[in-house]
Ligand binder design. Structure first.
Ligand code: NAD
Length: 461
């Protein structure tokens, strides 16, 4: 099939490349001329494991090309996917300016028979509006479909080529069949192809991300509570996870979710709910808990240094919002860095791939270290924000010898408190029984529980 992907970012580049790898002729379009030029020269503008080789292979086979010119790409296409960003606007709603700009340009180049497929995450009702807007500008019948994307950065190729399911929203059997045909190579292992109406497909994407965000905020709140009452969230996770109705996935406490999807999608769904007269109480709580959780490491550090971080050197390991990506959108590390700088601390950072993106924001206000041990050199404490595998089994002797005192605040619970205590570290994680509380193995409080108070007691706000 002849496929066009408009928007060559994390989703568009991965999807376009995977579609070309399965035998289609794909043209990726972007307005960013520099990005397209780099791609033409074989340089991949994002970090995504395995993507570079796949792009090069498909460009060489002649099945994958890049352009800024709609006129060159769009006419005669079987499918045109829209994969531009839909960031959060000030009101919390999804900002669809990029999408409408694409739709208006597309209208000038579309030819009859092409199916326009929205892959960007868009609020319910958007695809109907895309149909109306294209129909107003084109004098032939328009076909619009929704195909929300569920890939995860860092595992994007695997997710795309071996999806748990493919969801499409359609208004005709023809669109459903063409999209199923396109996805068939990825559905060989009996993965379901779920065809539904446009609104259900649009909602599926938001509901999916909001369930996942809810799990994270829920376990984070429980971790804070565990910490305050002398329980250990890791033990509690085991205790609940074996219940098959609950399971273990996506129930890891940490420093809050970030990235380009969960924060904005939770807010966009809240906005849709409010517009439709439904008070989004659950989603509001999920968002608030998450924002508070992003401060958890700062409050621990602040408390540790007796409320004064002036001149303290803090090493921060991990800047990307999660491992295996260079994406720093809404990354918890940025919140921590801002708070540390505001409090007068000196920040030394290391991340395997995201340092250039962070350097573009902070310049020389923080130090960027090529090596994770260089970051702890002379630091008063180490804070771990992203669970890169490089941080899972570090040389603790080296860390200890380079820190001014052996203190680690671990926002991802990478190490066991026993191991850290034996290694001579003062170690604190999220919801873990550590330090004196672990030795005494008893609750720090035996008062009546008020969750707000407990969160305030553990995260300090
Ligand atoms: P991105 O910002 O990485 O990429 C968007 C691209 O669109 C950019 O390269 C930009 O230059 C280009 N663009 C903007 N306007 C354009 C125009 N008029 N014509 C052509 N190109 C244009 O965004 P992303 O992370 O790939 O996300 C895209 C969509 O997919 C969003 O709606 C997002 O919510 C959704 N999504 C993202 C992920 C993810 O992990 N990143 C996962 C699932 C769904």
């Amino acid at each position: 099939m002849k496929v066009v992907m408009i928007g060559t970012g994390y989703v568009g580049l991965v999807s376009g490349t995977c579609f070309s790898d399965s035998g289609n002729h794909v043209t990726c379009v972007d307005i960013d001329e520099q990005k397209i030029q780099r791609l033409r020269e074989g340089e991949i503008p994002i970090y995504e494991p395995g993507l570079s080789e796949m792009v090069v292979r498909n460009v060489q086979s002649g099945r994958l090309q890049f352009t800024t010119d709609y006129a060159e790409a769009v006419p005669g296409a079987d499918l045109v996917f829209i994969a531009v960003g839909t960031p959060q606007s000030d009101s919390g709603a999804a900002n669809l300016n990029g999408l409408w700009a694409v739709v208006d340009t597309l209208a000038q180049h579309l030819t009859p028979g092409t199916i326009v497929v929205t892959k960007s995450t868009v609020p319910v009702g958007t695809n109907r509006k895309v149909y109306e807007r294209l129909s107003e500008q084109c004098d032939f019948e328009i076909e619009v479909a929704s195909n929300p994307e569920f890939l995860k950065e860092g595992a994007a190729i695997d997710d795309f080529t071996k999806p748990d399911r493919v969801v499409v929203g359609v208004t005709s059997q023809r669109a459903s069949e063409i999209l199923e045909e396109l996805h068939r190579p990825f559905l060989r292992t009996e993965r379901p192809f779920l065809s539904m109406n446009l609104e259900s497909a649009e909602m599926t994407k938001y509901v999916s991300n909001c369930v996942l965000a809810t799990k994270i905020s829920f376990i984070n709140e429980m971790a804070n509570l565990c910490e305050a009452v002398g329980a250990d969230i890791n033990q509690v996770r085991r205790g609940i996870g074996h219940d098959q109705r609950i399971g273990f996935s996506f129930l890891f406490p940490g420093v809050g979710y970030g990235g380009s999807c969960f924060p904005k999608d939770v807010n966009a769904l809240m906005h849709v709910a409010s517009e439709n007269g439904i008070e989004p109480e659950m989603l509001t709580a999920v968002d608030q808990v998450n924002q508070r959780q992003k401060s958890v490491l700062f409050h621990k550090l602040h408390r540790h240094f007796g409320g004064d971080l002036t001149g303290r050197i803090v090493a921060v390991w991990g800047l990307a919002f999660k491992p295996r990506t260079d994406d720093i959108r809404e990354a918890p590390a940025l919140v921590l860095i801002d708070q540390l700088l505001e409090a007068g601390a000196i920040v030394k950072t290391h991340d395997p791939v995201a340092m250039d993106n962070v350097r573009a924001i902070y310049g020389d206000r923080i130090a960027f270290c090529d090596d994770q041990y260089e970051a702890v050199d002379g630091a008063d404490a180490l804070a771990i924000v992203t669970e890169w595998s490089d941080f899972r089994n570090p040389d603790f002797d080296t860390i200890k010898s380079r820190l001014t005192s052996p203190v680690i605040f671990d926002g991802r619970n990478l190490y066991s408190p026993e191991q850290m205590s034996d290694a001579g570290f003062e170690y604190d994680g999220i919801g873990l029984l550590t330090g004196k509380r672990r030795e005494q193995n008893q609750p720090t409080k035996s008062v009546e529980i008020n969750v707000d108070e407990i969160v305030a007691a553990t995260v300090g706000n």
